[in-house]
Design a protein around this ligand. Structure first.
Ligand SMILES: [Zn+2]
Length: 81
């Protein structure tokens, strides 16, 4: 706890259980996600960010690939006009 006094951490971003904290004193980035904390640096943050974005795109493509037909059928039968 005493090391936290010297290092002034700045919150960069946060949403729900996920937030990113930066310490300018030592250049450490902390990614808090639920109960987990990942200590990393800015370079790894860029890698992680692009990997997550890529995963998001891939997942969206997978989810849009097959259930698209079912969705249109549901809309057609559900809406009268
Ligand atoms: Zn620090």
């Amino acid at each position: 706890m005493n090391s936290n006094k010297r290092h002034k951490k700045i919150g960069l971003s946060g949403h729900g259980d996920c937030r990113v904290v930066f310490c300018p004193d030592c250049g450490t980035l902390e990614i808090h996600f639920g109960a987990s904390t990942i200590r990393t640096n800015s370079e790894s943050l860029h890698v992680l960010s692009s990997v997550l974005n890529h995963a998001k795109v891939q997942l969206a493509q997978m989810q849009n690939a097959s259930p698209a037909i079912d969705n249109t059928q549901q809309i057609r039968s559900g809406r009268v006009h």
